[in-house]
Design a protein around this ligand. Structure first.
Ligand SMILES: [Zn+2]
Length: 335
């Protein structure tokens, strides 16, 4: 709004623009709005809703939480996939198009995580007809470009299952949470340059809080460094590496490929040989196979929360990591 142009009539003698009464009023109103907007950007601590927020749509609730952290009262954030859904196979919703049509900014996980439900035959982004958020446009932000990506293959092949470009569950590493937030702050500043200092201040507050939380998480997890676990899906690579835990395999033979008897038997042998006592499962997977493996090996099945909104207690990015750390500590200390 503060960047809106004010039109003048042309002075016939000098060629210089000469303000009319209407334009002077517009200019004054524009100036007042500019001052108001600048002021609203500077009051970092205020929760007052901005009259003209940037419409941000994220594909996941995790990205929504991070966008809200740095965007504060300058953004209105909504997301497409609920946190309790498998982010590879999200239930399509007619409201997707409505949200995308009005978005100023679309933030994606990328690495083809959203390909089956946002792109492919449905082409929701193209169908929205919103030029601002088309791939490559200034209102499209793929945050995988800024994160530390694990499991990057030497070449794209079926051996990666549904992770052909690398592991798309990278938000579960707090350092990646920081990188994603910085990328979002930079993008929001591009969209609303007058609020540069506001977004920078919000990002700095976020990263400070994250640093404090990391100290707590690290302290809690330190006694269990080096512990080996099995996971259902290859979703926890970044998380496990961050906390010094080791993945000794997955129940899925490849990401997205259902368990097979042959692979399950191999896994049981590995777990017995290496005395692996914990199987991590996301809430949307079946529990029959993990239960069978647990009975055969004397191990425990632990459900961890992969996303904000997976559970009613996991209300934001900090709670996501808080809850998972506490659940792991509880499990490790029980055997
Ligand atoms: Zn995956």
């Amino acid at each position: 709004m503060c960047c809106e142009q004010v039109w003048h009539s042309e002075d016939q003698c000098t060629g210089a623009p000469q303000p009319t009464r209407t334009s002077m009023i517009q200019e004054r109103v524009g100036l007042r709005l500019y001052v108001l907007l600048l002021f609203s950007c500077l009051i970092g601590g205020s929760d007052a809703a901005q009259a003209n927020p940037i419409e941000v749509v994220t594909t996941t609730a995790d990205l929504a939480s991070l966008a809200q952290e740095v965007g504060g009262n300058q953004v209105h954030v909504s997301y497409l996939a609920d946190g309790y859904e498998d982010p590879h196979y999200v239930q399509r919703d007619p409201f997707f198009l409505l949200k995308l049509r009005h978005a100023d900014l679309l933030i994606l996980i990328g690495l083809q995580l959203e390909s089956t439900w946002l792109e492919d035959q449905f082409q929701f982004v193209a169908q929205s007809g919103n030029p601002r958020i088309q791939y490559g446009a200034s209102g499209s932000l793929d945050v995988s470009r800024y994160a530390d990506i694990a499991d990057i293959p030497n070449q794209v092949s079926r051996a990666q299952g549904i992770h052909p470009l690398g592991n798309p569950h990278y938000w579960l590493d707090p350092e990646n949470g920081r990188r994603i937030s910085q990328a979002i702050a930079t993008k929001l500043t591009e969209i609303r340059p007058d609020c540069a200092s506001y977004f920078e201040q919000r990002f700095q507050a976020f990263t400070l809080r994250l640093t404090e939380s990391e100290k707590v998480w690290d302290q809690k997890m330190r006694p269990y460094r080096g512990r080996r676990v099995i996971t259902y899906h290859r979703a926890w690579t970044n998380f496990l590496m961050y906390f010094g835990l080791v993945s000794s395999g997955e129940i899925e033979p490849l990401p997205g490929i259902p368990p097979s008897a042959h692979h399950t038997n191999d896994l049981i042998r590995t777990m017995k040989r290496d005395d692996i006592r914990l199987i991590v499962v996301e809430p949307y997977f079946e529990l029959t196979t993990p239960g069978r493996i647990a009975r055969a090996t004397g191990s425990h099945v632990l459900i961890l929360w992969p996303s904000v909104g997976s559970n009613k207690q996991v209300t934001d990015y900090f709670k996501l990591l808080d809850c998972n750390v506490d659940l792991l500590v509880q499990a490790f200390s029980s055997f």
